[in-house]
Design a protein around this ligand. Structure first.
Ligand code: UT7
Length: 323
């Protein structure tokens, strides 16, 4: 059977780092509160010339280099983002143009923080369905542009950045020893749409709007939802937490990551944490964390890696992949 195998990974971060102490003159907060409640110590913030498209392009080029491929080898550019450069056209199309591609097709996916997990699952279907042989899959965000910089309960939590992978169709045996995407589970429930949302849009206010969140409400549901989709992937693949080499969760809050790992019985040393240095970068958070763990030699070819995310909508999902 066809498997969607990771050929390469890359990432890009804005030049400017904003530390927790830099917020102390902007809103009523402290480094101590942010670290204790979230585990975040710093985040990257995009300058005017750094956009979702430019960061996405840089991450995409790095992933192509790591794969030893060029844009000519790609059939589909799939971008997970909630902060596109423009309402339309899709920012994926702009990245396609920046890469000099005039073949294939490109589109954006919007599932907020779950965007990358949704996009991996979608890319896997295109590859297994035979409509593409190689997908350039990018998560890129500039959440700093939609933050209310007067709201201390949200502005300290998010950061900007991009991560990308190249997925390629390859023949597998149909067992969990195969490299590639092995199982995935996606969920959404719009009854929670007012818990984490942006209060503007083209069809309502005609403005871009600002991020609003009832943090405690999101927190309350996060661990249960995350563990449900992870257990669904375990059932599909016939594995348990013991079989995992790495757990790469969405990086929103250290306390959510720790509680989810504990509930699932995943050993602490298998958990990849980057929320301390990136903050919550929404759809970019999982590929950014993956790229850190690949670059420092933790994640190696053949390792069994579990990805998960949960965010606005609510949306949530998990993907099991053998690297
Ligand atoms: O990507 C997925 C989406 N996002 C998430 O997963 C986020 C989920 N939620 C969270 O991570 C946490 O709920 C937060 C980090 C947002 C907040 O932590 P919490 O422990 O749930 O705090 P809280 O909202 O219950 O607020 C506790 C107190 C409040 O003061 P009072 O009402 O107790 O007087 C807040 O006003 O902390 C106050 N507070 C702050 N204090 C200093 C809120 N933000 C700040 C701040 N600095 N930045």
């Amino acid at each position: 059977m066809i498997r969607s195998v990771v050929r390469g990974i890359g990432s890009a971060l804005p030049r400017r780092i904003m530390k927790n102490t830099d917020f102390e003159g902007i809103v009523d907060t402290t480094d101590e509160w942010i670290v204790q409640r979230t585990g975040i110590r710093q985040r990257h913030i995009a300058a005017e010339d750094e956009t979702t498209a430019s960061l996405g392009e840089a991450a995409a080029r790095a992933a192509l280099d790591a794969a030893g491929l060029t844009p000519a080898d790609i059939d589909l550019v799939l971008l997970a983002t909630s902060t596109p450069n423009n309402t339309f056209p899709a920012t994926a199309v702009e990245i396609q143009q920046r890469l000099g591609m005039r073949h294939g097709f490109a589109f954006d996916m919007q599932a907020v923080c779950s965007g990358f997990v949704y996009a991996v699952t979608t890319a896997d279907l295109y590859l297994r369905g035979g409509m593409a042989r190689r997908v350039l899959l990018i998560g890129s965000e500039t959440f700093s542009r939609i933050l209310d910089w007067n709201d201390r309960s949200t502005c300290v939590l998010f950061g900007d950045g991009a991560g990308a992978i190249v997925l390629e169709a390859a023949e597998g045996q149909g067992t969990i020893a195969d490299r590639g995407v092995l199982a995935s589970s996606l969920r959404s429930d719009g009854t929670f749409k007012d818990k984490l949302f942006v209060d503007g849009g083209p069809s309502t206010t005609g403005t871009v709007g600002h991020l609003r969140m009832e943090g405690r409400e999101v927190f309350k549901h996060a661990v249960g939802m995350i563990t449900d989709v992870i257990e669904a992937t375990y059932t599909q693949a016939g594995i348990t937490s013991e079989d995992l080499d790495w757990f790469v969760p969405h990086q929103a809050n250290r306390r959510i990551i720790d509680a989810s790992a504990k509930k699932l019985g995943i050993a602490e040393e298998k958990v990849v944490v980057t929320v301390d240095r990136h903050g919550n970068t929404s759809a970019a958070s999982v590929p950014l964390a993956l790229s850190v763990a690949v670059a420092d030699g933790r994640i190696k070819k053949g390792d069994l890696v579990l990805l998960e995310a949960m965010g606005g909508g609510f949306t949530w999902g998990a993907v099991l992949v053998r690297w």
